[in-house]
Ligand binder design. Structure first.
Ligand code: GDP
Length: 305
């Protein structure tokens, strides 16, 4: 797969998903299950996930230990319902590839300012365009100064049409125009940028709900997907944000950015666990091509390369 070796190298070298401790534990010095427990907790995998992982490792007789841990980690990176299902089967099947594409035509992209939302929309545009889909953007972040202009620049560069609003204008109006235009033109995919912060008197969560309603009205059929962009660097704070967004506008996917620049890749496990939402893509740089579909098995394998 294109770019995979780069991701593997980046994840392996810089994300430090579980930190060197676990790798060492694995490669040479696993003395006891307590060593493993300590390493998992230290890696921010979280208490509940750690207990399940240990249980899975303990009960996987006949497997070598590294394989048992890899399987257990893959299970943790699958959303809840599937995890229960797979644990019963006693193995981690290859499921992640099939759930990357949006079900319908519209994806609302949400997240707080600075996480990489606008850049991620550009990356998604390139990703799907190079796979033969027609793509449009709607610049629905009318509150961050120049967010629309930024998306406009990406659109020009990638050859993707951008529906623009007025700075400070109504985000829902831009979303409505975008969704209507998408339906009229029969474009395959529309990515809607949204505000990450509003001026004080507005409530961000209420605004996002409204945007969601408006999109589904303008473009009936399969409801819009809602993908949350999270910055891996923010760790546990990001997780708290994610829960708030999830309550307001139920998420259908998560994209974790900046895995190239952080040692906090461990946050992926609590994200999947607490939200029960699949990770769709990971961001590994600032360029349009620096987006990788998330594949739990590849990801975990990369940790032990
Ligand atoms: P927004 O406010 O959420 O729309 O954030 P932007 O898209 O403007 O991104 C904020 C900054 O993060 C920019 O400098 C981006 O280039 C950078 N950025 C976005 N995604 C990534 C990533 O995956 N890796 C790195 N290193 N930087 C990123």
């Amino acid at each position: 797969r294109d770019g995979l070796s780069k991701t593997r190298k980046q994840i392996n070298e810089t994300a430090g998903f579980l930190g060197n401790d676990v790798r060492d534990v694995f490669t040479n010095r696993l003395e006891t299950i307590e060593d493993l427990e300590y390493a998992l907790i230290a890696a921010d995998v979280g208490r509940a996930a750690t207990e399940e992982i240990l249980e899975d490792v303990r009960s996987s007789e006949g497997k070598n230990l590294q394989q048992a841990l890899m399987d257990a980690l893959v299970l943790q990176l699958e959303p809840d319902a599937r995890r229960a299902e797979f644990r019963k089967l006693g193995f981690a099947p290859d499921v992640s590839r099939s759930r990357i594409d949006p079900k319908g035509h519209v994806v609302m992209v949400i997240g707080v300012n600075g996480v990489g939302k606008t850049t991620t929309i550009a990356k998604l545009g390139q990703y799907y365009m190079t796979r033969g889909k027609s793509v449009m953007f709607a610049a629905g972040d009318t509150f961050r100064a120049a967010a629309g202009a930024q998306l406009g620049v990406w659109g020009d560069r990638l050859g993707i049409p951008v529906v623009q609003g007025i700075d400070g204008g109504d985000p829902a109006a831009v979303a409505f125009d975008g969704a209507s235009a998408r339906a009229a033109r029969g474009t395959d995919l529309l990515f809607v940028d949204t505000a990450g912060r509003l001026h004080n008197k507005h409530n961000l969560m209420e605004e996002l709900k409204k945007v969601r309603r408006v999109i589904d009205k303008a473009d009936p059929g399969e409801p819009a997907e809602v993908w949350l962009v999270l910055d891996a660097v923010t760790g546990q704070n990001g997780l708290q944000q994610a829960k708030k967004f999830h309550e307001a506008t139920p998420l259908t996917g998560v994209i974790v950015t900046k895995l190239d620049g952080t040692a906090k890749g461990g946050i992926l496990i609590p994200i999947v666990r607490e939200l029960g939402v699949p990770i769709k893509f990971i961001g590994v740089g600032e360029q349009a091509g620096d987006l990788q579909p998330f594949d739990s098995q590849e990801f975990v394998r990369a940790l032990f390369d």
